[in-house]
Design a protein around this ligand. Sequence first.
Ligand code: HEC
Ligand code: HEC
Ligand code: HEC
Ligand code: HEC
Length: 135
Amino acid sequence: MKFTYKAALLICSSVFAMSVQAAGMPQSSKHAQRGVNCTQCHTTGKFEPVETKQCQTCHNQDQLAQKTDRLNYISRMKNPKTGEVKEHLARINPHDRYHFGKTEDCTDCHREHRPSVNDCATCHDVKAWNMKDPK
Ligand code: HEC
Ligand code: HEC
Ligand code: HEC
Ligand code: HEC
């Protein structure tokens, strides 16, 4: 008896908490328009920040990395004294890149309930990269 009562109370209070939070939680149009709902990301029964592996259940990281591979470019630097030109591949693909490969968390850049940011811009001038802003 006591157990059922506690369980019922727990369910009620978490449903209540969820609806209160839901009221102040506008969802991004990229997902809402596609019918991706709250619990497809928040799978633990609580509204906690969502782990990258949950995003990857729908978004294939390898395919993503292939799609944005086009952003990598050949960087050329000319030595003004010798005229020598050095070339190297600048790996700026945000889904597989120079610093961390494929290991960075999606939500470092793509946010759900607030504007997304390009994390690289903390240190680099990303305008020069011709990259779209992350949605
Ligand atoms: C596409 C995945 C996704 C969907 C769908 C989604 N969320 Fe989130 N939610 C996140 C992520 C990621 C965060 C972490 C913060 C951020 O991105 O702004 C978060 C954070 C939250 C938080 C704050 C948690 C904390 O402790 O900071 C609440 C509350 C929340 N979401 C509620 C909702 C509600 C309500 C819905 C449905 C209307 C919803 N979420 C739909 C991904 C999602
Ligand atoms: C239940 C499946 C599902 C989950 C989980 C999910 N997404 Fe999505 N996401 C979609 C669908 C469907 C679309 C729209 C079609 C598309 O662009 O792939 C989309 C679109 C997007 C887009 C916009 C793509 C564009 O160019 O319009 C981004 C960015 C994105 N998701 C990131 C995330 C991140 C980050 C997470 C984890 C916090 C996440 N998604 C979790 C299904 C999901
Ligand atoms: C360092 C920042 C960063 C991280 C981390 C990141 N992205 Fe992106 N993402 C971007 C940028 C920037 C674009 C737009 C690139 C362009 O097309 O110019 C993008 C594009 C996308 C798109 C649209 C691709 C297309 O062209 O159809 C999806 C979907 C997406 N990201 C999902 C994810 C998911 C899922 C993760 C985690 C596994 C992730 N991203 C991690 C910055 C990031
Ligand atoms: C905390 C600061 C910081 C952040 C955030 C950061 N970088 Fe860097 N990055 C550096 C520094 C410092 C260097 C030069 C030293 C080195 O090569 O490690 C560098 C070098 C690079 C290089 C090599 C230079 C070249 O021309 O080939 C690439 C490519 C690069 N970063 C890409 C990125 C991308 C893409 C992101 C975002 C996903 C990013 N960085 C985020 C600090 C940062």
